[in-house]
Design a protein around this ligand. Structure first.
Ligand SMILES: Cc1cc2nc3c(=O)[nH]c(=O)nc-3n(C[C@H](O)[C@H](O)[C@H](O)COP(=O)(O)OP(=O)(O)OC[C@H]3O[C@@H](n4cnc5c(N)ncnc54)[C@H](O)[C@@H]3O)c2cc1C
Length: 408
Protein backbone atom coordinates (compact mmCIF):
# COMPACT_ATOMS: atom_id res chain seq x y z
CA UNK A 1 0.00 0.00 0.00
CA UNK A 2 2.81 2.39 -0.88
CA UNK A 3 0.71 5.52 -1.53
CA UNK A 4 -0.29 5.64 2.15
CA UNK A 5 3.22 5.51 3.59
CA UNK A 6 5.98 8.11 3.33
CA UNK A 7 9.22 7.43 1.47
CA UNK A 8 11.02 7.27 4.81
CA UNK A 9 8.54 4.70 6.15
CA UNK A 10 8.82 2.62 2.98
CA UNK A 11 12.59 2.67 3.14
CA UNK A 12 12.76 1.52 6.77
CA UNK A 13 9.98 -1.03 6.23
CA UNK A 14 11.94 -2.54 3.35
CA UNK A 15 15.05 -2.79 5.55
CA UNK A 16 12.95 -4.49 8.22
CA UNK A 17 11.41 -6.86 5.69
CA UNK A 18 14.92 -7.91 4.57
CA UNK A 19 16.04 -8.36 8.19
CA UNK A 20 13.05 -10.59 8.91
CA UNK A 21 13.40 -12.64 5.71
CA UNK A 22 17.18 -13.04 5.95
CA UNK A 23 17.80 -13.28 9.70
CA UNK A 24 14.66 -13.77 11.73
CA UNK A 25 12.53 -16.29 9.83
CA UNK A 26 15.43 -18.76 9.28
CA UNK A 27 16.05 -18.72 13.06
CA UNK A 28 12.34 -19.03 13.82
CA UNK A 29 11.93 -21.98 11.43
CA UNK A 30 14.94 -23.80 12.93
CA UNK A 31 13.65 -23.61 16.51
CA UNK A 32 12.15 -26.79 18.01
CA UNK A 33 8.37 -26.20 17.86
CA UNK A 34 6.74 -25.12 21.09
CA UNK A 35 9.95 -24.69 23.08
CA UNK A 36 10.82 -21.48 24.85
CA UNK A 37 13.28 -19.31 22.89
CA UNK A 38 16.72 -18.94 24.53
CA UNK A 39 17.41 -15.31 25.51
CA UNK A 40 20.89 -15.30 23.90
CA UNK A 41 19.27 -16.04 20.56
CA UNK A 42 17.08 -12.95 20.87
CA UNK A 43 20.18 -10.99 21.93
CA UNK A 44 22.03 -12.10 18.75
CA UNK A 45 19.13 -10.88 16.64
CA UNK A 46 19.20 -7.56 18.53
CA UNK A 47 22.86 -7.16 17.64
CA UNK A 48 22.01 -7.77 14.00
CA UNK A 49 19.10 -5.29 14.16
CA UNK A 50 21.44 -2.67 15.62
CA UNK A 51 24.03 -3.29 12.90
CA UNK A 52 21.36 -2.90 10.23
CA UNK A 53 20.24 0.39 11.80
CA UNK A 54 16.66 -0.68 12.49
CA UNK A 55 16.77 -1.08 16.27
CA UNK A 56 14.08 0.73 18.31
CA UNK A 57 12.86 2.70 15.28
CA UNK A 58 10.13 4.39 17.36
CA UNK A 59 12.62 5.94 19.81
CA UNK A 60 14.52 9.22 19.35
CA UNK A 61 18.02 9.12 17.89
CA UNK A 62 19.72 10.19 21.14
CA UNK A 63 18.40 6.98 22.70
CA UNK A 64 19.69 4.84 19.84
CA UNK A 65 16.50 4.77 17.75
CA UNK A 66 15.46 6.18 14.39
CA UNK A 67 13.04 8.84 15.61
CA UNK A 68 10.12 7.67 13.45
CA UNK A 69 6.80 9.34 14.22
CA UNK A 70 3.65 7.25 14.67
CA UNK A 71 2.63 7.26 11.00
CA UNK A 72 6.05 6.21 9.80
CA UNK A 73 6.43 3.65 12.56
CA UNK A 74 3.16 1.85 11.80
CA UNK A 75 4.28 -0.05 8.66
CA UNK A 76 7.43 -1.01 10.52
CA UNK A 77 5.34 -2.48 13.34
CA UNK A 78 3.33 -4.32 10.73
CA UNK A 79 6.46 -5.96 9.32
CA UNK A 80 7.61 -6.86 12.82
CA UNK A 81 4.32 -8.74 13.32
CA UNK A 82 5.45 -11.35 10.77
CA UNK A 83 7.59 -13.09 13.39
CA UNK A 84 7.25 -13.24 17.16
CA UNK A 85 11.07 -13.00 17.28
CA UNK A 86 11.25 -9.77 15.30
CA UNK A 87 9.52 -7.68 17.96
CA UNK A 88 11.93 -8.28 20.87
CA UNK A 89 14.83 -8.21 18.39
CA UNK A 90 13.88 -4.72 17.21
CA UNK A 91 12.71 -3.61 20.66
CA UNK A 92 9.18 -2.91 19.51
CA UNK A 93 7.76 -5.58 21.84
CA UNK A 94 4.92 -5.05 24.31
CA UNK A 95 4.79 -4.10 27.10
CA UNK A 96 8.24 -2.45 27.09
CA UNK A 97 7.50 -0.53 23.91
CA UNK A 98 4.45 1.02 25.64
CA UNK A 99 6.51 1.91 28.72
CA UNK A 100 9.16 3.47 26.50
CA UNK A 101 6.58 5.74 24.88
CA UNK A 102 5.19 6.71 28.27
CA UNK A 103 8.62 7.53 29.70
CA UNK A 104 9.74 9.24 26.53
CA UNK A 105 6.81 11.64 26.85
CA UNK A 106 6.71 12.09 30.63
CA UNK A 107 10.04 11.24 32.25
CA UNK A 108 12.20 13.90 33.86
CA UNK A 109 15.82 14.01 32.68
CA UNK A 110 16.84 11.93 35.69
CA UNK A 111 14.06 9.35 35.12
CA UNK A 112 14.99 9.20 31.46
CA UNK A 113 18.57 8.25 32.26
CA UNK A 114 17.75 5.90 35.11
CA UNK A 115 14.80 4.00 33.59
CA UNK A 116 14.27 4.77 29.91
CA UNK A 117 17.78 4.42 28.54
CA UNK A 118 18.41 0.91 29.95
CA UNK A 119 14.91 -0.10 28.83
CA UNK A 120 15.60 0.92 25.22
CA UNK A 121 18.97 -0.86 25.42
CA UNK A 122 17.12 -4.05 26.54
CA UNK A 123 19.22 -4.19 29.71
CA UNK A 124 16.01 -4.32 31.75
CA UNK A 125 12.32 -4.97 31.19
CA UNK A 126 9.28 -3.18 32.62
CA UNK A 127 5.64 -3.78 33.56
CA UNK A 128 2.60 -1.50 33.44
CA UNK A 129 0.30 -2.17 36.41
CA UNK A 130 -3.28 -0.98 36.01
CA UNK A 131 -5.66 -3.99 35.99
CA UNK A 132 -6.97 -5.31 39.32
CA UNK A 133 -8.94 -8.33 40.59
CA UNK A 134 -12.71 -8.52 40.76
CA UNK A 135 -13.72 -5.33 42.63
CA UNK A 136 -11.01 -3.19 41.04
CA UNK A 137 -10.12 -1.62 37.70
CA UNK A 138 -10.33 -3.61 34.46
CA UNK A 139 -12.36 -2.81 31.35
CA UNK A 140 -13.63 0.08 33.49
CA UNK A 141 -10.44 1.78 34.69
CA UNK A 142 -12.36 4.21 36.89
CA UNK A 143 -12.71 1.30 39.35
CA UNK A 144 -8.99 1.32 40.18
CA UNK A 145 -8.67 0.76 43.94
CA UNK A 146 -4.90 0.89 44.43
CA UNK A 147 -4.05 3.87 46.65
CA UNK A 148 -0.96 6.05 46.86
CA UNK A 149 -0.79 8.34 49.88
CA UNK A 150 1.68 11.09 50.55
CA UNK A 151 4.03 10.28 53.41
CA UNK A 152 6.76 12.78 54.24
CA UNK A 153 8.80 13.37 51.10
CA UNK A 154 7.45 10.32 49.30
CA UNK A 155 4.44 8.11 48.63
CA UNK A 156 3.15 4.85 50.05
CA UNK A 157 1.35 2.51 47.64
CA UNK A 158 -1.14 -0.22 48.59
CA UNK A 159 -3.01 -2.33 46.08
CA UNK A 160 -3.54 -5.59 44.28
CA UNK A 161 -2.91 -5.92 40.54
CA UNK A 162 -3.17 -8.82 38.11
CA UNK A 163 -2.65 -9.68 34.46
CA UNK A 164 0.49 -7.57 34.64
CA UNK A 165 2.64 -8.58 31.67
CA UNK A 166 6.26 -9.19 32.74
CA UNK A 167 5.19 -8.76 36.38
CA UNK A 168 7.57 -11.40 37.73
CA UNK A 169 10.47 -10.39 35.46
CA UNK A 170 10.40 -6.62 35.28
CA UNK A 171 13.05 -4.40 36.85
CA UNK A 172 10.39 -1.78 37.51
CA UNK A 173 6.64 -1.20 37.39
CA UNK A 174 4.68 1.81 36.28
CA UNK A 175 1.78 1.67 38.76
CA UNK A 176 -1.55 3.46 38.32
CA UNK A 177 -2.97 4.47 41.72
CA UNK A 178 -5.62 6.76 43.18
CA UNK A 179 -3.95 9.74 44.83
CA UNK A 180 -7.12 11.72 45.59
CA UNK A 181 -10.15 9.55 46.45
CA UNK A 182 -12.41 12.62 46.78
CA UNK A 183 -12.46 13.51 43.09
CA UNK A 184 -13.38 11.54 39.96
CA UNK A 185 -10.73 8.89 39.21
CA UNK A 186 -9.88 10.68 35.95
CA UNK A 187 -8.72 13.67 38.01
CA UNK A 188 -7.48 11.84 41.09
CA UNK A 189 -5.08 9.18 39.80
CA UNK A 190 -1.33 9.24 39.25
CA UNK A 191 1.43 7.03 37.90
CA UNK A 192 4.55 5.97 39.79
CA UNK A 193 7.78 4.29 38.80
CA UNK A 194 8.28 1.50 41.33
CA UNK A 195 11.51 -0.55 41.30
CA UNK A 196 10.64 -4.25 41.48
CA UNK A 197 12.95 -4.84 44.46
CA UNK A 198 11.14 -2.29 46.65
CA UNK A 199 10.11 -3.88 49.98
CA UNK A 200 6.38 -4.67 50.07
CA UNK A 201 6.09 -5.98 46.50
CA UNK A 202 5.05 -9.62 46.28
CA UNK A 203 4.56 -11.48 43.02
CA UNK A 204 1.79 -13.89 43.99
CA UNK A 205 1.99 -15.98 40.80
CA UNK A 206 2.20 -15.97 37.04
CA UNK A 207 -1.32 -16.64 35.81
CA UNK A 208 -1.75 -19.71 33.59
CA UNK A 209 -3.08 -18.57 30.20
CA UNK A 210 -3.64 -19.34 26.54
CA UNK A 211 -0.71 -19.04 24.10
CA UNK A 212 2.52 -17.01 24.17
CA UNK A 213 4.54 -19.89 25.67
CA UNK A 214 7.22 -19.67 23.00
CA UNK A 215 8.51 -16.30 24.11
CA UNK A 216 7.93 -17.19 27.75
CA UNK A 217 5.66 -14.17 28.20
CA UNK A 218 4.17 -14.07 31.69
CA UNK A 219 1.21 -12.16 33.13
CA UNK A 220 1.41 -11.85 36.88
CA UNK A 221 -0.61 -11.18 39.98
CA UNK A 222 1.23 -8.69 42.19
CA UNK A 223 0.58 -7.31 45.68
CA UNK A 224 1.78 -3.86 46.71
CA UNK A 225 1.74 -3.55 50.51
CA UNK A 226 3.10 -0.44 52.15
CA UNK A 227 5.41 0.14 49.18
CA UNK A 228 7.36 3.36 49.69
CA UNK A 229 8.73 5.40 46.77
CA UNK A 230 10.34 8.86 46.81
CA UNK A 231 8.63 11.93 45.32
CA UNK A 232 10.90 11.80 42.26
CA UNK A 233 9.28 8.49 41.25
CA UNK A 234 6.01 10.23 40.41
CA UNK A 235 5.67 9.95 36.61
CA UNK A 236 4.11 13.05 35.09
CA UNK A 237 2.02 15.35 37.24
CA UNK A 238 0.00 14.34 40.30
CA UNK A 239 -3.64 13.70 39.35
CA UNK A 240 -2.85 13.39 35.64
CA UNK A 241 -2.37 9.61 35.51
CA UNK A 242 -5.45 8.90 33.42
CA UNK A 243 -4.99 11.89 31.16
CA UNK A 244 -1.49 10.65 30.37
CA UNK A 245 -2.69 7.07 29.92
CA UNK A 246 -5.46 8.23 27.56
CA UNK A 247 -2.98 10.07 25.36
CA UNK A 248 -0.87 6.94 25.20
CA UNK A 249 -3.86 4.76 24.34
CA UNK A 250 -4.36 5.83 20.72
CA UNK A 251 -0.77 5.15 19.59
CA UNK A 252 -0.75 1.94 21.67
CA UNK A 253 -3.92 0.65 20.01
CA UNK A 254 -2.64 1.50 16.54
CA UNK A 255 0.69 -0.21 17.07
CA UNK A 256 -1.25 -3.30 18.23
CA UNK A 257 -3.39 -3.10 15.08
CA UNK A 258 -0.30 -3.13 12.92
CA UNK A 259 1.43 -5.94 14.81
CA UNK A 260 -1.69 -8.01 14.35
CA UNK A 261 -2.25 -7.16 10.69
CA UNK A 262 1.38 -8.29 10.24
CA UNK A 263 0.57 -11.52 12.06
CA UNK A 264 -2.49 -12.08 9.85
CA UNK A 265 -0.31 -11.40 6.79
CA UNK A 266 2.11 -14.10 7.91
CA UNK A 267 -0.77 -16.52 8.43
CA UNK A 268 -1.99 -15.88 4.89
CA UNK A 269 1.53 -16.29 3.46
CA UNK A 270 1.82 -19.67 5.16
CA UNK A 271 -1.69 -20.75 4.14
CA UNK A 272 -1.34 -19.69 0.52
CA UNK A 273 1.96 -21.61 0.23
CA UNK A 274 0.43 -24.70 1.85
CA UNK A 275 -2.69 -24.57 -0.34
CA UNK A 276 -0.60 -24.27 -3.48
CA UNK A 277 1.34 -27.45 -2.63
CA UNK A 278 -1.22 -29.72 -0.96
CA UNK A 279 -3.39 -31.85 -3.24
CA UNK A 280 -6.88 -33.05 -2.31
CA UNK A 281 -9.40 -34.87 -4.52
CA UNK A 282 -7.43 -34.28 -7.70
CA UNK A 283 -6.49 -30.58 -7.32
CA UNK A 284 -4.42 -28.46 -5.01
CA UNK A 285 -6.43 -26.91 -2.17
CA UNK A 286 -5.71 -23.56 -3.86
CA UNK A 287 -7.68 -24.69 -6.92
CA UNK A 288 -10.85 -25.52 -4.95
CA UNK A 289 -13.23 -22.60 -5.20
CA UNK A 290 -14.54 -22.56 -1.61
CA UNK A 291 -11.16 -22.18 0.17
CA UNK A 292 -9.99 -19.95 -2.69
CA UNK A 293 -12.90 -17.60 -2.01
CA UNK A 294 -12.15 -17.76 1.73
CA UNK A 295 -8.69 -16.46 0.90
CA UNK A 296 -10.21 -13.72 -1.27
CA UNK A 297 -12.38 -12.66 1.70
CA UNK A 298 -9.40 -12.74 4.03
CA UNK A 299 -7.20 -10.67 1.69
CA UNK A 300 -9.96 -8.08 1.24
CA UNK A 301 -10.71 -7.71 4.94
CA UNK A 302 -7.04 -7.55 5.85
CA UNK A 303 -6.49 -4.76 3.34
CA UNK A 304 -9.45 -2.84 4.77
CA UNK A 305 -8.06 -3.32 8.29
CA UNK A 306 -4.66 -1.96 7.27
CA UNK A 307 -6.30 1.09 5.72
CA UNK A 308 -8.41 1.75 8.81
CA UNK A 309 -5.34 1.86 11.06
CA UNK A 310 -3.61 4.24 8.65
CA UNK A 311 -6.74 6.41 8.58
CA UNK A 312 -6.67 6.67 12.39
CA UNK A 313 -2.96 7.53 12.33
CA UNK A 314 -3.65 10.23 9.73
CA UNK A 315 -6.36 11.75 11.95
CA UNK A 316 -4.00 11.61 14.94
CA UNK A 317 -1.21 13.31 12.98
CA UNK A 318 -3.69 16.02 11.92
CA UNK A 319 -4.25 16.93 15.57
CA UNK A 320 -7.44 14.98 16.39
CA UNK A 321 -7.42 12.86 19.53
CA UNK A 322 -8.46 10.07 17.08
CA UNK A 323 -10.04 8.08 19.89
CA UNK A 324 -13.01 6.89 17.86
CA UNK A 325 -10.90 6.12 14.80
CA UNK A 326 -8.40 4.18 16.94
CA UNK A 327 -11.19 2.19 18.61
CA UNK A 328 -12.67 1.36 15.20
CA UNK A 329 -9.24 0.27 13.99
CA UNK A 330 -8.53 -1.83 17.10
CA UNK A 331 -11.95 -3.50 17.07
CA UNK A 332 -11.96 -4.18 13.32
CA UNK A 333 -8.32 -5.19 12.87
CA UNK A 334 -8.19 -7.60 15.77
CA UNK A 335 -11.45 -9.29 14.74
CA UNK A 336 -10.27 -9.50 11.12
CA UNK A 337 -6.94 -10.85 12.33
CA UNK A 338 -8.67 -13.58 14.31
CA UNK A 339 -10.91 -14.46 11.33
CA UNK A 340 -8.01 -14.47 8.89
CA UNK A 341 -5.82 -16.64 11.10
CA UNK A 342 -8.73 -19.02 11.65
CA UNK A 343 -9.20 -19.33 7.87
CA UNK A 344 -5.47 -19.92 7.41
CA UNK A 345 -5.51 -22.55 10.12
CA UNK A 346 -8.50 -24.38 8.60
CA UNK A 347 -7.10 -24.62 5.08
CA UNK A 348 -3.88 -26.17 6.41
CA UNK A 349 -5.73 -29.10 7.99
CA UNK A 350 -3.95 -30.81 10.88
CA UNK A 351 -0.84 -28.76 10.14
CA UNK A 352 -2.89 -25.69 11.00
CA UNK A 353 -3.08 -26.68 14.62
CA UNK A 354 0.35 -28.37 14.66
CA UNK A 355 3.35 -26.49 15.98
CA UNK A 356 5.61 -26.92 12.91
CA UNK A 357 3.76 -24.02 11.33
CA UNK A 358 3.24 -20.77 13.29
CA UNK A 359 -0.54 -20.78 12.88
CA UNK A 360 -1.66 -22.11 16.26
CA UNK A 361 0.56 -19.55 17.99
CA UNK A 362 -0.85 -16.81 15.76
CA UNK A 363 -4.37 -18.01 16.54
CA UNK A 364 -3.81 -17.71 20.29
CA UNK A 365 -2.27 -14.24 19.81
CA UNK A 366 -5.22 -13.11 17.72
CA UNK A 367 -7.70 -14.27 20.36
CA UNK A 368 -5.81 -12.62 23.21
CA UNK A 369 -5.62 -9.20 21.60
CA UNK A 370 -9.41 -8.94 21.41
CA UNK A 371 -9.27 -8.60 25.22
CA UNK A 372 -5.90 -7.02 26.02
CA UNK A 373 -5.54 -3.24 25.55
CA UNK A 374 -9.31 -2.81 25.89
CA UNK A 375 -11.78 -5.57 24.95
CA UNK A 376 -14.03 -5.31 21.88
CA UNK A 377 -16.89 -4.02 24.01
CA UNK A 378 -14.84 -1.09 25.30
CA UNK A 379 -13.98 -0.13 21.72
CA UNK A 380 -17.64 -0.42 20.67
CA UNK A 381 -18.64 1.69 23.65
CA UNK A 382 -16.39 4.51 22.43
CA UNK A 383 -17.67 4.19 18.85
CA UNK A 384 -21.35 4.04 19.86
CA UNK A 385 -21.03 6.97 22.28
CA UNK A 386 -19.73 9.11 19.45
CA UNK A 387 -22.52 7.91 17.15
CA UNK A 388 -25.25 8.85 19.64
CA UNK A 389 -23.62 12.18 20.50
CA UNK A 390 -24.04 13.09 16.86
CA UNK A 391 -27.65 12.11 16.20
CA UNK A 392 -28.99 14.10 13.25
CA UNK A 393 -31.52 16.64 14.61
CA UNK A 394 -33.31 16.84 11.26
CA UNK A 395 -34.06 13.10 11.47
CA UNK A 396 -35.31 13.59 15.07
CA UNK A 397 -37.55 16.45 13.87
CA UNK A 398 -38.88 14.29 11.05
CA UNK A 399 -39.63 11.44 13.49
CA UNK A 400 -41.40 13.79 15.89
CA UNK A 401 -44.07 14.42 13.26
CA UNK A 402 -44.92 10.72 12.97
CA UNK A 403 -47.44 10.92 15.83
CA UNK A 404 -49.22 13.90 14.28
CA UNK A 405 -52.20 12.72 12.18
CA UNK A 406 -52.28 16.07 10.30
CA UNK A 407 -48.59 15.89 9.37
CA UNK A 408 -47.84 16.97 5.80
C1 LIG B 1 -2.50 -10.99 27.44
C2 LIG B 1 -2.91 -9.88 28.33
C3 LIG B 1 -1.97 -8.97 28.78
C4 LIG B 1 -2.33 -7.94 29.65
N1 LIG B 1 -1.36 -7.10 30.13
C5 LIG B 1 -1.71 -6.14 31.02
C6 LIG B 1 -0.70 -5.30 31.61
O1 LIG B 1 0.48 -5.41 31.30
N2 LIG B 1 -1.09 -4.38 32.52
C7 LIG B 1 -2.38 -4.21 32.90
O2 LIG B 1 -2.65 -3.35 33.71
N3 LIG B 1 -3.36 -5.01 32.36
C8 LIG B 1 -3.04 -5.96 31.46
N4 LIG B 1 -4.00 -6.79 30.92
C9 LIG B 1 -5.37 -6.63 31.35
C10 LIG B 1 -6.24 -6.00 30.29
O3 LIG B 1 -5.93 -4.64 30.15
C11 LIG B 1 -7.67 -6.27 30.74
O4 LIG B 1 -7.90 -7.65 30.54
C12 LIG B 1 -8.69 -5.47 29.99
O5 LIG B 1 -8.57 -4.10 30.25
C13 LIG B 1 -10.09 -5.91 30.41
O6 LIG B 1 -10.21 -5.91 31.81
P1 LIG B 1 -10.69 -7.24 32.57
O7 LIG B 1 -9.93 -8.40 32.05
O8 LIG B 1 -10.63 -6.95 34.02
O9 LIG B 1 -12.18 -7.43 32.08
P2 LIG B 1 -13.46 -7.11 32.94
O10 LIG B 1 -13.42 -5.69 33.40
O11 LIG B 1 -13.61 -8.19 33.95
O12 LIG B 1 -14.57 -7.26 31.83
C14 LIG B 1 -15.03 -8.57 31.43
C15 LIG B 1 -15.78 -8.47 30.14
O13 LIG B 1 -16.92 -7.66 30.31
C16 LIG B 1 -17.32 -7.16 29.05
N5 LIG B 1 -17.51 -5.71 29.12
C17 LIG B 1 -16.68 -4.81 29.69
N6 LIG B 1 -17.17 -3.56 29.55
C18 LIG B 1 -18.33 -3.68 28.87
C19 LIG B 1 -19.32 -2.75 28.42
N7 LIG B 1 -19.19 -1.44 28.63
N8 LIG B 1 -20.38 -3.23 27.76
C20 LIG B 1 -20.52 -4.56 27.53
N9 LIG B 1 -19.62 -5.48 27.92
C21 LIG B 1 -18.54 -5.04 28.59
C22 LIG B 1 -16.21 -7.53 28.06
O14 LIG B 1 -16.59 -8.67 27.31
C23 LIG B 1 -15.05 -7.83 28.97
O15 LIG B 1 -14.13 -8.71 28.34
C24 LIG B 1 -3.67 -7.81 30.05
C25 LIG B 1 -4.64 -8.72 29.58
C26 LIG B 1 -4.27 -9.73 28.73
C27 LIG B 1 -5.30 -10.71 28.25
Amino acid sequence: MPHHDSDRALEVTEQVREFIDEEVLPVERALPPGEEVPEDLVEDLRTEARERGIYAPQMPEDLGGLGLDLRDALPVYEQSGRSYLAQPAMRVDAPDEGTMHLLERLATDAQREEWLRPLVDAEVSSAFAMTEPMQGGGADPTMVKTRAERDGDGWVIDGHKWWITNGSEAAFFVVMARTDPDVHPYEGSSMFIVPADTPGIEVVRDLPHLGEATLGTVHSEVLFENVRVPEENLLGEEGEGFAHAQKRMVPARLTQCMRHSGKARRALDVAEAFMSEREVFGDTVAEKQAPRFDIADAETKLRAARLLARDAARAHAAGSDARVEASMAKYFTTNVSQEVVDTALQVCGANGIGMDLPLSQLFADARIIRIADGPDEVQKRVIARDAFENVDEREVEHLSRFGDPRRP
